[in-house]
Design a binder for this molecule. Structure first.
Ligand SMILES: Cc1ncc(COP(=O)(O)O)c(C=O)c1O
Length: 432
C-alpha cells in the first residue's frame, strides 16, 4: 500500500544530504562482496575502550542504585532528568564562571531533535504568513541542517570567503560579513563550532560579530557545539563556549561515546528554552532517562570532561596529524589541493581547485581504488547560488585505523595525480 502523502509527508519521507549518499555506500559495500574497501565515510565515532568502560561503570552504578526503577519505569519531566540538569548546570557554572539556573537548560533526545524544534518553532511561516529564515552564516556546514525544516525554502546559507596562502596546500573558511544578512526576516542563526564537515572553528570575534548582528532583532543564535569543550572536547585549537543573551549553547553527548542513547543539551535564555521544551513535550515527551542517568554520573564526577581531554581529543588529533603528514608526503605538489585547517571535529575536508570532474565523479573514481569518502556537495544545505567550489570538495572521516588512512591517501594521491596531469577521459571532463 502506498498512502497519499501531505506536503510535510513528502518532505520528511525523503533522505537528505549525506544520508542519501550513505545508501549508495551501503549498496557499494554489499555489492562488492569479497572486495576490500577502506571506508573513510563514517560519521559514527570510534568505540574507544576507556570511553566504553566509563559508560559501563556508570551503568553498573545505576543498576546497583535505588534510582533504577525511578529512572526506567516512570515518565519524567520534559525538561530532563533532574540529576543530569544539576550536573550540567553545576559543571558549567563552575567551569566558566556562569550563573545558569535550571530554567536555562533543556535535555533532548539527541541534538538533531533540538535543531528540528528550533527550525520549526523559529523558522518557517509566521501566523501573518511571513517567512522567517534559518540563517547558516558559513556554508559548508552540517548536512543534517538540510533535513530539519518542514519548509526547505526557509533555509538560507551564505558563501564564505577563503583564507589562502598562510601555508602551502592549506586553507580556512571565514564568514563573509560583506554578504551576511541577519534581519527582521531571520528566525534564528545556526552553525557548528567546531564544524562538521570542515573542522573549522569560528573565532570568538566572528561569533561575537554574528551575535551582535542578531541582537537588535531579538534573534537567537544557536551554536551547535557537538564537538566543542568540555565534552567531547574535540577542539584542536584553543576555544571556549560563548554565552550571551541571544546565544544558545547546544551540546550533544554522541561524540562523547553515547550516540546510541540520544542526548542533546541546550543552554540559553529561559524564554527560548521554554519554547523548545513545549515543542518537545508535544513531539516525544522526553529523552530516554536511562541515558540521562548515566550521563549525570559521568558529568557530576568530572570523568566525562577528563576522558574527553585525555582520550577522545588526542585520539582524533593524532589521526589528523597522520592524515596531514601523509598528504604532504604523497600528494602531487603541483596540483591545487587544499586541506582545511584542522581545528577540531572528527573529519578532514579537502578542496581540489579546478577539479576536472565533479565531487560525485571523484567519489565514484576513488571507489575503483577501493576507497570510500564522502563527496562534499551535500554539505552546502541552503546555499542557493551555483558555486563551482561546492563540487570540488570531499570529506574524510578520521575514524579509520592509521594504516588504513595512509593506504587510502596514497590511492587518493594517485587519483589526484591522474586527474590533473593526464588528459581527462571524455566522461570525466564534465564540470558540475
Ligand atoms: C555538527 C553536528 N550537529 C549535530 C549532530 C547530531 O548529533 P546528535 O543528534 O547525535 O546529537 C551531528 C552528528 O553527527 C553533527 O555532526
Amino acid at each position: 500500500m502506498i498512502p497519499a502523502l501531505t506536503q510535510f509527508g513528502e518532505q520528511m519521507s525523503h533522505l537528505t544530504g549525506v544520508r542519501a549518499i550513505m545508501k549508495d555506500i551501503i549498496e557499494t559495500l554489499r555489492a562488492g562482496q569479497g572486495k576490500e574497501f577502506i571506508n573513510l565515510s563514517a560519521g559514527n565515532p570510534v568505540i574507544l575502550p576507556e570511553v566504553e568502560q566509563l559508560w559501563r561503570d556508570c551503568t553498573a552504578d545505576l543498576l546497583a542504585s535505588h534510582e533504577y526503577g525511578e529512572v526506567v519505569c516512570r515518565y519524567g519531566s520534559s525538561q530532563g532528568y533532574r540529576p543530569l540538569i544539576d550536573a550540567v548546570i553545576n559543571d558549567f557554572n563552575q567551569r566558566y564562571g556562569l550563573n545558569l539556573s535550571d530554567r536555562n537548560i533543556l535535555i533532548t533526545p539527541g541534538s538533531q531533535a533540538l535543531y528540528f524544534y528550533a527550525a520549526n518553532a523559529l523558522g518557517g511561516y509566521t501566523t501573518e504568513g511571513h517567512l522567517k529564515q534559518i540563517v547558516l552564516p558559513l556554508s559548508p556546514d552540517y548536512t543534517g541542517y538540510g533535513g530539519v525544516t518542514l519548509y526547505p525554502e526557509a533555509l538560507r546559507a551564505y558563501k564564505p570567503t577563503l583564507d589562502l596562502g598562510f601555508e602551502p596546500h592549506r586553507f580556512k573558511y571565514r564568514p563573509d560579513f560583506s554578504q551576511l544578512e541577519i534581519t527582521e526576516q531571520t528566525g534564528f542563526v545556526l552553525f557548528s563550532r567546531p564544524c562538521n564537515p570542515t573542522g573549522n572553528v569560528l573565532t570568538n570575534e566572528e561569533v561575537q560579530k554574528i551575535a551582535a548582528l542578531a541582537t537588535p532583532h531579538n534573534i537567537p543564535v544557536l551554536i551547535d557545539s557537538a564537538y566543542a569543550p568540555p565534552f567531547p572536547a574535540l577542539n584542536f585549537t584553543e576555544m571556549a563556549p560563548l554565552f550571551g543573551s541571544n546565544l544558545v549553547h547546544c551540546m550533544s553527548l554522541s561524540k562523547a561515546g553515547l550516540p546510541g542513547e540520544r542526548i542533546g543539551i541546550a543552554l540559553g535564555d529561559e524564554r527560548i528554552i521554554q519554547i523548545l521544551q513545549s515543542f518537545q513535550t508535544n513531539l516525544c515527551i522526553h529523552s530516554s532517562r536511562y541515558g540521562q542517568a548515566i550521563a549525570a554520573r559521568a558529568i557530576a564526577s568530572g570523568a566525562l570532561a577528563n576522558i574527553s581531554e585525555t582520550v577522545i581529543r588526542p585520539h582524533y588529533q593524532h589521526k589528523f596529524a597522520i592524515l596531514e603528514e601523509t598528504l604532504d608526503q604523497t600528494m602531487p605538489q603541483s596540483a591545487p589541493w587544499f586541506l582545511h585547517r584542522g581545528e577540531g571535529a572528527i573529519f578532514a575536508w579537502l578542496w581540489f581547485k579546478d577539479l576536472p570532474v565533479t565531487d560525485w565523479q571523484f567519489y565514484q573514481e576513488l571507489k575503483q581504488y577501493g576507497v570510500i569518502v564522502v563527496p562534499g556537495s551535500p554539505f552546502f544545505p541552503g546555499l542557493r547560488e551555483e558555486w563551482p567550489h561546492m563540487h570540488q570538495c570531499i570529506r574524510i572521516s578520521l575514524t579509520a585505523a592509521d594504516s588504513e588512512i595512509v593506504t587510502a591517501l596514497r590511492h587518493l594521491a594517485n587519483l589526484v595525480d591522474r586527474l590533473y596531469t593526464q588528459t581527462p577521459k571524455p566522461e570525466l571532463a564534465v564540470r558540475g
